[in-house]
Design a protein around this ligand. Structure first.
Ligand SMILES: Cc1ncc(COP(=O)(O)O)c(C=O)c1O
Length: 454
C-alpha cells in the first residue's frame, strides 16, 4: 500500500492514544545495525535505538537467530508451565546480583516495563502493607495506572481522575538547572539533606517518630533519569539517599528499564553509585527490542514463595519463551565480551564529539554522558534558556531525511527528553562503529546549521 494511503487510514482507524504521535508520523520499512530505512531506501542513522531498547544493534544476527529457532520449537506456554530458558535466565541474573550485592533474590517476569513496575508495586505493598511511594521529579516509570501514579508528569494523570496513591515527588540533583553557587557534589548533598528534613518531626508529614514508621513504603529511582533528559546525578548522591532510606526503613526500588544492559557501561547503572537495591526492575534491551519481556529482581525476603505466592501477578505472556530465549542469549553475549571497556571507550569519543560541537554551537547549553547514555541540552544562544522550538525543528529535519553525506541523502533519528523537552537524549547502539560516531557529529553539525537558518 502506498505511504499516503497508509497514513490516511492511520488517521481514520488507529487510536492516537497508544503512540507518541508526532505531527508528521514517519513510516520505516527496514532496519540494520545503527540504521533505519524508509520506503525509498533512505538511510537514517539512529541515535536513540527506541529509547535504549535495541542496545545491540538492529537485526543483530545472533539474537535474531535464537528468536527464529524458538518460534519453530516452543513459542509460548502461557505462563502455565515451565520451559528451560526462563529458569536459566533467572539464575544468571540472580547469581550476578548475589555476586554484586551479596543478597539472595529471585526473578519475576512480565511482558513490558510498565507491567513490571506494577508488579514491583504489588511486591512492595505486600511487604510493607503501605501503598505510598517516593519518586523523583522528572522521573518516568511507565503508563499503566500503577506506574503513572509514581511518574512525575501530571500530564499523564490529568484526564484519569484522582490518584490516591500518587507518589511524593522529590527533587533530583539536576545540577545544570540547580541553584547557583554549589558544585555538583554539594548539590547532591543538599538534595539528600532536603529529603532527610522530611523525617525531622511528625509535623513534616511523612514520619511517625513514636511508631518509628514512615507513611511511605519505598523510593522509586532511575539512577540516571531517562525521559527526564539523561540527567546524571553526582557520584555521592545515592549513597546519601540510601543512608536516609535505611535509617527510616524505606525500600530502594531501582528502575533500570532504560539504563540497564550496559547503556551506561555497567549491566545496571546503579552499579556506578555504590549502593545495593532492594528491588530492581528491568526491560527493554533484555531482548534487544525483539519480543516484549521485562521483569524484576527482588531480595529473597520480599519475594520468596511464602510471602509472594503463586498467582500474585499474572499475564498469559509473562516469561514467554520467545523473550526468555533472547534474554538468555543477551546475557551470554554480555558475559563473553568486555562491554564495560567497549561502551566507556565509545562513550568518551561520543562525548568529545559533542563537546566539540558545543564550541561551534553556543545553543548547546550542557553536554554530559555516562557510557553511551549522553545528553545535549538545546538552549537559546545564552546557553541556558531552554529552546524547545529549535530542537523540534532539528528532529523534523532529521526525520525528513534531507541531510547529505558524501553526495547521498540521509536522515538522523533523535529522541527528545528533559523537563523542558529541550534535551537530545542519545542512546546509540552499543555496537556503533567509530566511523558512525564521526558521521553522527557531521550530521548533527549540519542539522544545527540548517535548523538555525530556517
Ligand atoms: C525508566 C523507565 N521505566 C519504565 C518504562 C516503561 O516501560 P515500557 O514502555 O516497556 O512499559 C520506561 C519506558 O520508556 C522507562 O524508560
Amino acid at each position: 500500500m502506498h505511504e499516503a494511503a497508509l497514513l490516511a487510514d492511520e488517521a481514520r482507524y488507529c487510536s492516537f492514544g497508544d503512540t507518541v504521535h508526532y505531527s508528521d508520523p514517519k513510516i520505516f520499512t527496514r532496519c540494520e545495525g545503527s540504521y533505519l530505512y524508509d520506503g525509498e531506501g533512505t538511510s537514517f542513522l539512529d541515535l536513540q535505538m527506541w529509547y535504549s531498547a535495541v542496545n545491540f544493534g538492529y537485526a543483530n544476527p545472533r539474537l535474531n537467530a535464537v528468536l527464529k529457532q524458538q518460534i519453530n520449537t516452543l513459542p509460548q506456554v502461557a505462563s502455565q508451565y515451565l520451559h528451560p530458558t526462563k529458569i536459566e535466565l533467572a539464575k544468571i541474573i540472580a547469581q550476578d546480583a548475589k555476586k554484586k550485592w551479596g543478597h539472595d533474590g529471585r526473578i519475576h517476569f512480565n511482558v513490558g516495563g510498565s507491567q513490571s513496575v506494577d508488579d514491583s508495586l504489588k511486591l512492595v505493598r505486600n511487604a510493607k502493607g503501605k501503598n505510598l511511594m517516593f519518586a523523583f521529579e522528572g522521573g518516568y516509570h511507565g503508563r499503566t495506572l500503577g506506574a503513572t501514579a509514581i511518574t512525575s508528569s501530571y500530564r499523564y494523570r490529568r484526564r484519569y481522575g484522582h490518584f490516591g496513591d500518587r507518589a511524593y515527588f522529590v527533587p533530583f540533583p539536576y545540577h545544570f538547572r540547580g541553584p547557583k553557587g554549589m558544585d555538583k557534589e554539594e548539590y547532591g548533598e543538599h538534595c539528600v539533606q532536603h529529603f532527610e528534613r522530611l523525617f525531622e518531626s511528625e509535623y513534616n508529614g511523612v514520619w511517625d517518630p513514636k511508631a518509628g514508621q514512615s507513611e511511605y513504603a519505598a523510593f522509586y529511582v532511575e539512577p540516571i533519569q531517562g525521559t527526564g533528559g539523561y540527567v546524571i546525578p553526582p557520584p555521592n548522591f545515592f549513597k546519601g539517599l540510601k543512608r536516609v532510606l535505611d535509617k527510616y526503613g524505606i525500600l530502594l526500588v531501582v528502575d533500570e528499564i532504560q539504563m540497564g544492559f550496559f547503556r551506561t557501561g555497567k549491566l545496571w547503572s546503579i552499579e556506578h553509585f555504590g549502593v545495593a537495591p532492594d528491588v530492581l526492575v528491568f526491560g527493554k534491551a533484555l531482548t534487544n527490542g525483539l519480543n516484549p519481556l521485562a521483569g524484576l529482581w527482588a531480595r529473597e525476603e520480599l519475594i520468596n514463595p511464602q510471602v509472594f505466592p503463586p498467582g500474585s501477578t499474572h499475564s498469559t505472556f509473562a516469561s514467554n519463551p520467545l523473550g526468555t530465549v533472547v534474554g538468555l542469549e543477551t546475557m551470554r553475549m554480555l558475559a563473553e565480551t568486555d562491554y564495560e571497556s567497549m561502551v566507556m571507550g565509545k562513550g568518551e569519543l561520543f562525548l568529545a564529539g559533542l563537546r566539540d560541537l558545543q564550541k561551534r554551537h553556543p545553543e548547546i547549553g550542557d553536554v554530559d554522558g555516562l557510557g553511551l547514555a549522553l545528553r545535549a541540552e538545546i538552549c537559546e544562544a545564552d546557553g541556558f534558556t531552554p529552546n524547545k522550538p529549535l530542537l523540534d525543528k532539528m528532529v523534523d529535519i532529521g526525520l525528513a531525511g534531507g541531510l547529505t553525506h558524501k553526495g547521498k541523502r540521509m536522515g538522523l533519528v533523535l529522541d527528545v527528553g528533559g523537563y523542558h523537552k529541550n534535551v537530545i537524549t542519545f542512546a546509540p547502539s552499543l555496537h556503533i562503529e567509530k566511523e558512525e560516531i564521526e558521521l553522527a557529529m557531521v550530521l548533527l553539525d549540519q542539522l544545527f546549521t540548517c535548523a538555525k537558518q530556517g
